[in-house]
Design a protein around this ligand. Sequence first.
Ligand SMILES: [Zn+2]
Length: 168
Amino acid sequence: MKSAKPCHKCSRNAEYRLVDKEYCKKCYSGLVEQKIRHNLRGYSIKKDSRLLVPDKASRYIVEKVINLPVKIVSKGKADYKIVAWTMDDENESLIKEFFENKKPVRQDKKTVKLFYPLSKKEMVQYFSIKKVAYKAERTEINKILDEFEEKYPGTKASLLASSESLTR
Ligand SMILES: [Zn+2]
């Protein structure tokens, strides 16, 4: 997305949108990494923890945002399993649980939902900036939520927040 607006954080040209604000390439990727780093703090990953990271895109981020010396493995036993789970995946599972009247699955502390604070669209943009291969299938529910997000920026994050307040 190109626009003539300046970045919300600096004076460069804004090219990417994150929730309701527009940023330049540099600030955008910095914010994405910051959100992921912040999300990771919710797990108690320690020095020398073994992390199972099955895909390259996730590995790229993990190596970038974790400042601890950790052991990254692509198979076998590990202390934490990293999954490329986005806000869209979370919202989709919430909606399904709601319509199917299922009890929400309890948060498993050993499975790290790496892209939890971000949408697939935001991750696609991030990885295109970084030139790292990343594929995210958009389901029907994702598409509907994307339309809402377009009309009412912040919809997805609000949905997530309201479900968190219900399950905690
Ligand atoms: Zn900027």
